[in-house]
Write a protein that binds this ligand. Structure first.
Ligand code: BTN
Length: 311
């Protein structure tokens, strides 16, 4: 990590004196002071407390040091001011042979969701992150990646704002009945061995966003609007990445599935399937597919879209 991000990471750990930072970095105290001033210009709010040192009192910009601190290390992290889609960035890293990485952006100009939809990603008001991982799992287990990520992200959001998060099969997170997050998982499977080569997990969380298009009135919202809590995006990103590190084991043992079921807001409900027919959700199977009942017959539903039927 570079000097700037090392300072950010230290500040996220609590108050730290100029001398401690200077010793850690092998630079002078006045050089530390210059870095602190530069960080303030970038939007970090840092106070200098006499006899204590520098203290982070607020951070708005995404930073590698901040995300890494909360993730507990283990990720190659990059942050873009602007990109088309963080999933595109992560795909390029996968093509270059990178094993494990996380790409974040302040803004996406062509953010995308499932089923070819756009994911509008205004500057600074959301968390737009893609994680590239290569868990040694078979293609048959790929369907669980989105569900596992939904649980990991729900836990990370809840930890920060204290509000319950529900999951709408398969990839949407809801707070107070409104969508606050979507997940788009893309990947590549080896045709010869049927094993997953890589998977890119794209997560978009509306963090501070207040304004949504009219057609999303009452449907979409953000974590801050629903919880009234200020959310540090570095803490959120790090909280998600920390949990994603356990992906391979979780996908193999399926231990997350009970929590996925417990968080489901569709079990027992009547839904519209692919905009076409009505069915009742009986449950979620161990492979994370839905068990639906249609015209008295039970069926499995593994890919597609359901919408909750409003009474
Ligand atoms: C959905 O709601 O259908 C899924 C939305 C996924 C959005 C995230 S934001 C980060 C990553 N980059 C993208 O272009 N999409 C995902």
């Amino acid at each position: 990590m570079d000097v700037k991000n090392t300072i950010i990471s230290e500040l996220y750990g609590g108050a730290v004196s100029g001398q401690q930072l200077a010793d850690k970095l092998g630079i002078s105290r006045s050089a530390v002071w210059k870095y602190i001033k530069a960080l303030e210009k970038e939007g970090f709010r840092i106070s200098a407390v006499p006899n204590v040192g520098y203290k982070l009192i607020g951070a708005d910009p995404l930073s590698i040091g901040g995300v890494d601190k909360y993730a507990g290390g283990g990720w190659e992290i990059s942050i873009k001011k602007e990109t088309t889609s963080t999933n595109d960035e992560a795909k390029r890293l996968a093509a270059d042979g990178v094993k494990c990485a996380a790409v974040l952006a302040e803004r996406q100009t062509a953010g995308r969701g499932r089923l070819g939809r756009a994911f509008v990603s205004p500057y600074g008001s959301g968390l737009y992150i893609s994680a590239l991982i290569r868990p040694a799992i078979s293609a048959a287990d790929c369907g669980k990646v989105t569900a596992f990520t939904a649980v990991a992200t729900a836990q990370a959001v809840e930890e920060l704002c204290g509000m319950p998060v529900d999951i709408k099969w398969v990839n949407d997170l809801y707070m107070n009945g409104r969508k606050i997050c979507g997940i788009l998982t893309e990947g590549s499977v080896g045709m010869e061995n049927g094993e997953l080569d890589y998977v890119i997990i794209g997560i978009g969380v509306n963090v501070t966003r207040h304004a949504f298009p009219k057609e999303l009135d009452g449907i979409a919202s953000s974590v801050e609007v629903e919880s009234g809590k200020k959310i540090d995006r570095c803490a959120l990103a790090g909280g998600i990445l920390k949990r994603l590190k356990g992906a391979e084991e979780a996908l193999k043992d399926g231990a997350f599935i009970d929590e996925y079921r417990a968080r489901s807001c569709v079990i027992g409900k009547t839904v519209i399937v692919n905009g076409d027919y009505e069915a009742k959700v009986k449950g979620i199977a161990d492979d994370c597919s839905l068990r639906l009942e249609r015209d008295g017959k039970e069926m499995s539903f593994a890919a597609g879209e359901i919408t909750l039927k409003l009474k």
